[in-house]
Design a protein. Structure first.
Length: 350
């Protein structure tokens, strides 16, 4: 007949989370993994029901109840913290010596491994828990790798989209971005002003000092336009020296005139480059979305261009609002630009 010592020695290997309870409800022996969960506890001699709290079956309150539930699934947890949840099954020992309980973590195994720093050596060699943990870890690693890849792809997508909507020289929005903003504002019924600005005498800067000087002038002009508008406004470079500003919610013509005046004044400030001084000015034309019953992006751009043409015809360094009848005068801002004065740059001031 197998002795208790032989039984516990065998159980240590086969089911290392066992507990043996005698007829009086005292713990006779416990498996090594179970002891690892409470290393400070003196297991032998402790009353089983003072260590564990059985939640199901609710009727189990004694060793007799335990034996009566032999073969049924038990739900229990430690009485002290951390109250790790356990599952178990009970079988009676021969000759009425008490009960043998084999316990497991059930679905709490992941938390238990983490909380108690368990390893494969703490489980039975035939326990599928280890394989499950490997699968969970592999899945977690794969999901993390997938998440990191998605983040990189998302970042690359955002960067690509940003690049697709950005003018590389000035850092402003480009024509494609402007088209998207116009479409969004019009579809949502939001009101805005559209200002078309063209640099005067810019061609002479390129012809006199070269394209590098022209690039410096464009970059300075872009900085000025950003400084003179709100962060919520859209400033786009739509051509060589052409810019469009979309000012949402700005419908007061006096305010718009003040913005245009300030822009022109700032743009007339000398731009030093390579020991030379570049001088330009600007003309601007503005229209409002509220001046159309059903705003159309192309028509708004055309109206702003006609107003810009009128500003150039008025002598440049001017700002005009679109008004009905401008179509009859003919011409465009591009045509007016062809008559630019030839003075664009001069040497250092003496």
């Amino acid at each position: 007949m197998m002795t208790l010592q032989q039984l516990t020695g065998m159980a240590d290997v086969i089911c290392p989370m066992f507990v043996i309870v005698d007829q009086k409800g005292r713990i006779v022996s416990a498996g090594p993994t179970l002891k690892k969960l409470r290393p400070q506890l003196k297991w032998e001699g402790r009353r089983f029901f003072r260590v564990f709290d059985l939640s199901r079956p609710r009727s189990v309150r004694s060793v007799e109840d335990l034996l009566g539930s032999a073969g049924s699934k038990l739900h229990l947890q430690f009485r002290d913290a951390p109250q790790t949840g356990l599952k178990g099954v009970c079988t009676p020992l021969p000759d009425g010596q008490g009960a043998f309980l084999n316990l497991s973590f059930g679905i709490s195994v992941l938390e238990a491994v983490r909380d108690y720093d368990l390893t494969s050596a703490d489980f039975s060699p035939t326990d599928l828990t280890i394989e499950m943990l490997y699968l969970v870890e592999a899945k977690s690693a794969a999901m993390e790798a997938s998440r990191q890849l998605n983040l990189r792809l998302q970042g690359a997508k955002i960067a690509a989209e940003e690049q697709a909507f950005t003018d590389t020289l000035t850092g402003l929005k480009n024509r494609r971005a402007m088209d998207h903003v116009l479409a969004r504002l019009i579809s949502s019924g939001r009101e805005f002003a559209l200002m078309h600005l063209d640099l005067d005498f810019f061609k002479q800067v390129n012809d006199t000092l070269g394209h590098a000087a022209g690039d410096a002038v464009l970059q300075q002009a872009a900085r000025i336009m950003v400084e003179c508008t709100r962060q919520s406004d859209t400033v786009a470079r739509v051509g060589g020296d052409e810019f469009v500003m979309i000012l949402e919610g700005v419908l007061d013509t006096g305010r718009l005139s003040a913005i245009a005046k300030r822009l022109i004044q700032r743009l007339e400030e000398p731009v030093p480059f390579g020991g030379q001084t570049c001088r330009i000015s600007a003309s601007a034309g503005t229209t409002l979305s509220t001046w159309q019953k059903m705003p159309d992006a192309l028509e708004l751009l055309n109206q702003a261009d006609l107003a810009l043409y009128a500003a150039k015809r008025a002598g440049r360094a001017q700002h005009c609002f679109y008004r009905e009848g401008m179509e009859k005068t003919g011409g465009t801002a591009a045509e007016a630009e062809a008559t630019d004065r030839p003075v664009a740059a001069r040497g250092p001031a003496k």
